[in-house]
Design a protein around this ligand. Structure first.
Ligand code: PEP
Ligand code: MN
Length: 349
């Protein structure tokens, strides 16, 4: 892996300056790959030789901010690729990341109009920035409720029109990306699809921000490499979501990995949010795990809320009632206020 380099261009770099840099890299015998991350063009110099000379030379060229060697297999998502944390839009007005915090909430699945509109109204009132709800559900059994499909998308569009909330919904199949993106403000790629590379490429070629859940047995590196697919395909807007991993424990559905939050912040500029609902699979655990994630620095939360969890067609056991969700939102606000200005120790003696 040694010798790989990311070249960060100034946002105002002229086209001929960029061309000169690309030319210089090619002349040295390296392949290049370019991606816009926010306003900036990032040039990654592909592996295949000693880049020490380029690392010295390129920062002297016009338009270049810096050239950073990147040891990790992921490059565009690496912390070094950006001047600071990235903020990703959720709908026309909200951001997540770089100090912006947002909560996405709603039912596991879109079931019918009454359920969805009641959930939408409840989460809007409690202060969520976006509503969630799957029209396409990745179920372990083919005999379980699979979601309402295009009818579910229509209901989501109507919930959005009624409440003004942005919509986050899962896309399961590369062939559905266009239709889902027509309604969704953010496309969710679920845990089971984290390494569906065809799907990652497809959402990477689109404009919609992507919420990328951690696969249930994925290492941090595998998760970040999955995000790298999306950025490498041209879409800089990825929000990572920790949702618990498989473990030996059976009491909880998954083992929520709170360490994932500071780890992602150490390795990447991308925002990371927490899903305490799938994190434990039990509604009583959602409140404490959500607060743990906020205390660990999460940029937001994804919470399952159902107007009547006992009647939910999927994930009722981990869904909060609207009242309990309002209590959680109040506690999150209190905790965030208490933590304001809190900085982790940056130096050890
Ligand atoms: C969901 O968000 O409802 C879901 C299926 O999540 P995950 O992919 O994390 O299991
Ligand atoms: Mn669910």
């Amino acid at each position: 892996m040694a010798g790989e380099l990311i070249v960060v261009m100034r946002p105002e770099a002229a086209a001929d300056e960029t061309e000169a840099v690309l030319e210089r890299i090619r002349l040295a015998g390296f392949g290049v790959h370019t991606t816009m991350v926010g306003e900036r063009l990032l040039i990654s110099v592909e592996a295949g030789g000693d880049t020490a000379e380029l690392e010295e030379m390129l920062p002297q060229m016009d338009g270049v901010v810096r050239a950073v060697p990147v040891q990790s297999p992921y490059k565009l998502v690496a912390k070094e690729a950006s001047d600071g944390p990235s903020a990703v839009p959720i709908g026309p007005t909200a951001l997540v990341g770089a100090g912006h915090f947002g909560v996405i909430a709603g039912p596991c699945a879109v079931e019918d109009a009454d359920q969805l509109f009641a959930a939408a109204e409840a989460v809007r009132r409690a202060g969520a920035v976006a509503m969630r709800g799957g029209a396409y559900k990745p179920r372990s059994s083919p005999y379980s409720f699979q979601g309402l499909g295009t009818q579910g998308l229509r209901l989501l569009a109507e919930a959005k029109a009624r409440t003004g909330l942005a919509i986050v919904t899962e896309v399961l199949d590369p062939r559905h990306v266009e239709a889902v993106a027509a309604v969704a403000d953010v496309l969710q790629v679920g845990a089971r699809n984290m390494q569906n590379f065809a799907l990652l490429r497809e959402v990477g070629q689109g404009q919609r921000p992507v919420l990328l859940k951690r696969g249930m047995t994925a290492t941090y590196e595998e998760w970040l490499m999955a995000a790298e697919y999306i950025l490498a395909a041209g879409n800089p807007n990825v929000i990572l979501c920790e949702r618990g991993v498989r473990s030996f424990e059976t009491y909880t559905r998954n083992m929520f990995d709170v360490a994932a939050i500071p780890v992602v912040h150490q390795l990447s500029h991308l925002p990371v949010i927490a899903d305490p609902s799938h994190g434990a699979g039990r509604w009583r655990m959602v409140h404490p795990l959500a607060l743990a994630a906020v205390a660990a620095g999460a940029d937001g939360l994804l919470v399952e809320v159902h107007p009547n969890p006992a009647r939910a067609l999927s994930d009722g056991a981990q869904s909060l009632t609207p009242d309990n969700f309002s209590r959680l939102m109040a506690a999150v606000l209190t905790l965030r206020t208490a933590l304001k200005g809190e900085q982790p120790a940056l130096r050890q003696p």
